[in-house]
Design a protein around this ligand. Sequence first.
Ligand code: GYE
Length: 328
Amino acid sequence: MVSKRWTAAVLSGLLITATLSGCGGDDGDSGSGGGDGKLVLGFSQVGAESGWRTANTKSIQESAASAGVELKFSDAQGKQENQIKAIRNFITQRVDVIAFSPVVESGWDTVLKEAKDANIPVILTDRAVDSQDTSLYKTFIGSDFVLEGKKAGEWLVKDYEGKTDPVNIVELQGTPGAAPANDRKAGFADVIKADPKFKVVASQTGQFTRTDGKQVMETFLKAQPKIDVLYAHNDDMGLGAIEAIEAAGKKPGTDIKIITVDAVKDGMTALSEGKINYIVECSPLLGPQLMDLAKKVKAGETVPQRVLTEETTFTPEQAKAVLAERKY
Ligand code: GYE
């Protein structure tokens, strides 16, 4: 999938940590909007579907303020058509740089060409697009979602090492067509396929939300006679599923093992309580890097095509150790 294209970039050492600071002050070239010399950044956010997203929005808003960037923020409420409208608005307003976190991977070429024709650089934040023409955007900052799925699978393989009984897995997928849903599914499947005892007996979208995660888990519990493991593409769906599991009289983390992705505070709390068994981290703190890259792009500096976020994984013990300092 898309992420494979990034493998070369990763190998060539473009790993940058999430702590890069957006220093440098105003670059003095507003082009348009600001009038006071501030860089004007139009940002189209996916929505507010999860704890991750809320933390990501906060990071972008706070970093813009501290980097002296004028942020025009637009919430797409989970709809691609709203994002396309927002991008067209940013073009009309002649912002200096456009950044967005694409709801889904496909269908961006036309609007991205419009931005290119208007000479407004675009930065992809958090999620990839499947456009073949990579000149349509300057750079892409965010996580390797295939790797996240692989890390989830690797934990499972290790946890069931030496056992031969079948392991029935249910999967809660993210938003259909979104890069993190496609890639987290693919990475996980790629690792567990090596051992036939692992069987994904049901896999459905929970839209990255707690409500849908709970509802879909309820249907899984009714339909499946034996569930050993839940793999949820984010913490929120896992947390919703925990409610469904408890309501069905089962013990999350014990009767059904749970693996999630993100490591937001609520997920880490459930992990430290043993209700989740393993979390693969996905950092939402992309704001400082985004401001830094926006300034560079505006100044005409060359930026790496791919900027990867550095991330870890957490067991319950590790979650307990960092929980107090977890900011989001
Ligand atoms: O994992 C999920 C959110 O795109 C990485 O979107 C992001 C994902 C995140 O809704 O919680």
